[in-house]
Design a protein around this ligand. Structure first.
Ligand code: FAD
Length: 355
C-alpha cells in the first residue's frame, strides 16, 4: 500500500515516479486485509498503547491521518463503513479490492521485476517488512516454525537495502503483528486469513504443547502479546481450551463457536480436552490447536517523521526513504494500524522526495 500511495502522491506533485513490484499482482498485504485504516483517538492513547514506539512517528500518524484518509477518498476509494467498530480508535473500513484498483489507477504503470533494477534518484522503500523471510524471522523473532499470514513477497528486501546503505535498525525487531491461526495440518489459504483468525485467547485457557500455561497475566485487547508469546513456545503452537458458555461469546462480529467451526472447516485440530497428549484441567468443551501467524514485522529501518531513513549517527541516508512496514519502530510494545502507517508515510515520503 505504501508504495502505491507514495507513487500516486508523487505523480500528483508533478514527479515521474516508477513503481517496481516484486510480486505478480499489486496491493501487497493490503489486498488480503480487513482494510480498516485507523488511528488511536489521541497521541496520549497511542503512546500508552505502544510505549516503545517512536513518539515523533506516532505524532505524525495522529496529525496527518485524517487528511490522508480524505486524500484516499478523493481518489475515489469507496468507504464501506464509516467507523472501525473499536471504541479506542477512529478510522474507516474500505474494500481491499476497490482500494487497490483506485491506487493502481492513480499511480504510474507498475513494473513487475524479479531482480533489482535501480535508476538514479530518491528511492522510497515500501517492501512491506521481513515476515516472509524464514531466515530473518529466525534471526530476529523466533526459531520456532510460524505461519506466514501475509503476502509472500515481503521478505526483507527493504531492510537489506537500507542496511547495505548504512541505515540503522529501529526498536521492536523481535515484535510482530499477527493472529493465532489454526495449526497445521489445517490448510490456511490467503483469501481466508481474516476469517480464520482465532481471536478468543483471552477467553480461553492457553497451554503449550507440554500442557504448561504461558500466556501474559493480562492479555491485551489486540491479543498481540499472546500471539508473540505463542511464537516462542515449542513448535510455535498452543492449545486454546474453551468451555461451553464461551462458545457464545462474541468477539468483534463473530462468536467463538463460529471461529472454531471455521478452524474445523479447513482441517484444524479441535479435540475433546480429554484426548490431549497431556493431563488438562477439566471443565472445558474443546481444545483448539493454534499456531502464531505473522502478518507483519514491527521493527525495521530507523526512519524519521520526514520518512527519511536514518543512519546510526542520526543523519539521513541520502535519497533514501521508507514507508509502511519498512519504517520500523512505530508501534513497538503494542499494536497500531499498518495501513495507516503505509498511507501516511507513503504521502510524506513522496512530499519529501519532491522537495
Ligand atoms: C489478513 C490481514 C488482515 C489485515 N487487516 C488489517 C486491518 O484491518 N487494518 C490495518 O491497518 N492493517 C491490516 N493488515 C496489515 C496491512 O495489510 C499491512 O500493514 C499493510 O499492507 C502494510 O503496507 P505496506 O505497504 O508496508 O506493505 P504491503 O501492502 O504488503 O506492500 C508491500 C509490497 O512490496 C512488494 N515487495 C516486496 N519486496 C519487494 C521488492 N524487493 N521489490 C519490489 N516490490 C517488493 C510486495 O510484493 C508488496 O506488493 C492486515 C493484513 C492481513 C494479511
Amino acid at each position: 500500500m505504501a508504495g502505491l500511495c507514495a507513487a500516486a502522491r508523487a505523480r500528483e506533485l508533478g514527479l515521474q515516479p516508477r513503481v517496481v513490484e516484486k510480486g505478480n499482482r499489486p496491493g501487497g498485504s493490503m489486498l488480503l486485509s480487513s482494510c480498516v485504516i485507523w488511528r488511536y483517538r489521541t497521541l496520549d492513547a497511542f503512546r500508552a498503547e505502544c510505549r516503545g514506539g517512536d513518539p515523533h512517528l506516532q505524532q505524525l500518524i495522529v496529525e496527518r491521518f485524517d487528511d490522508a484518509l480524505d486524500w484516499l477518498q478523493s481518489l475515489g476509494a469507496p468507504v464501506v463503513w464509516e467507523q472501525t467498530g473499536n471504541p479506542r480508535t477512529i478510522g474507516k473500513r474500505f474494500e481491499p479490492r476497490s482500494l487497490t484498483e483506485v491506487l493502481v489507477r492513480a499511480a504510474p504503470e507498475i513494473e513487475y521485476v524479479t531482480s533489482r533494477d535501480e535508476k538514479e534518484g530518491p528511492i522510497v522503500l515500501a517492501t512491506g517488512g521481513f515476515q516472509a523471510s524464514p531466515e530473518l524471522v529466525r534471526l530476529h523473532i523466533t526459531e520456532e516454525p510460524v505461519l506466514l499470514r501475509a503476502n509472500r513477497w515481503s521478505s526483507g528486501d527493504g531492510l537489506r537495502h537500507g542496511l547495505a546503505r548504512g541505515a540503522a535498525l529501529s526498536t521492536g525487531l523481535d515484535e510482530f503483528y499477527g493472529r493465532a491461526m489454526p495449526a497445521p495440518p489445517a490448510r490456511v489459504p490467503e483469501e481466508r486469513y481474516v476469517e480464520l483468525a482465532q481471536l478468543y485467547g483471552s477467553h480461553a485457557l492457553v497451554l503449550n504443547e507440554r500442557g504448561e500455561e504461558f500466556a501474559p497475566a493480562a492479555i491485551s485487547w489486540s491479543e498481540l502479546d499472546l500471539v508473540q508469546a505463542i511464537a516462542r513456545q515449542p513448535g510455535g503452537r498452543a492449545w486454546y481450551l474453551v468451555d461451553e458458555p464461551t462458545l457464545g461469546v462474541s468477539v468483534r462480529d463473530r462468536s467463538v463457536g463460529e471461529m472454531i467451526d471455521a478452524a474445523r472447516d479447513v482441517g484444524g485440530t479441535v479435540l475433546d480436552p480429554r484426548d490431549l497428549p497431556f493431563d488438562a484441567p477439566t471443565g472445558y468443551r474443546y481444545a483448539v490447536h493454534v499456531t502464531a501467524g505473522i502478518t507483519h514485522t514491527i521493527g525495521g529501518l530507523r526512519t524519521d517523521e520526514r520518512a527519511r531513513v536514518l543512519a546510526e549517527d542520526g543523519a539521513p541516508v541520502e535519497g533514501l526513504y521508507a514507508a509502511g512496514v519498512d519504517a520500523g519502530g512505530i508501534s513497538t510494545g503494542g499494536y497500531a494500524s499498518g495501513l495507516a502507517t503505509a498511507l501516511v508515510l507513503g504521502l510524506v515520503a513522496a512530499e519529501e522526495a519532491a522537495t
